[in-house]
Design a protein around this ligand. Structure first.
Ligand code: TYD
Length: 138
């Protein structure tokens, strides 16, 4: 079963506008070691299509909107990210696909580790094998 955890970040708003603060181990449930973001995503593009062995992430669409498709080998859930105060937590071992980017979308990702290609599972076949291995160990 896919466990969906989303956050509604506190908005500090006044007549000037809105400010959101993200803090490790406070409103972000891990130590933030990396932040990256994607923008100018071309029409119809889908990204991601991988899982991570250990990495934890929080995804925030800070401008525009996009959708995140999560898979765990059995279930599939789609989570729209359509406001800058919404965060989606992705725990280790969950497959993700990002799609339906609006033209102005800026998708920011906070991550618990530095970039490490060896933490990626980039094919669906390898992902199913990874899940099977986890079952065998438990
Ligand atoms: P990629 O993994 O293809 O993005 P996604 O699968 O999420 O759509 O990453 C695109 C490129 O950026 C690839 O060459 C790896 C590089 N990259 C970094 O150098 N550092 C990072 O933190 C990330 C996420 C990617």
């Amino acid at each position: 079963m896919i466990d969906i955890t989303t956050f509604d970040f506190e908005e500090h708003g006044d007549e000037r506008g809105v400010l959101i603060s993200l803090e490790e181990n406070r409103n972000i449930p891990f130590t933030i070691r990396r932040c990256y973001y994607m923008y100018n995503t071309q029409p119809g593009v889908e990204r991601g299509f991988h899982a991570h062995k250990k990495l934890e992430q929080v995804l925030i669409c800070v401008r525009g909107k996009c959708s995140i498709r999560l898979k765990d080998g059995e279930d599939e859930r789609v989570v729209p990210l359509d406001r800058p105060n919404k965060g989606l937590y992705i725990y280790p071992g969950l497959w993700r696909e990002m799609f339906d980017f609006s033209e102005d979308a800026c998708l920011m990702v906070l991550a618990s580790e530095l970039y490490d290609e060896s933490d990626y599972i980039r094919s669906w076949e390898d992902y199913l094998a990874f899940l099977k291995q986890g079952e065998a160990e438990n």
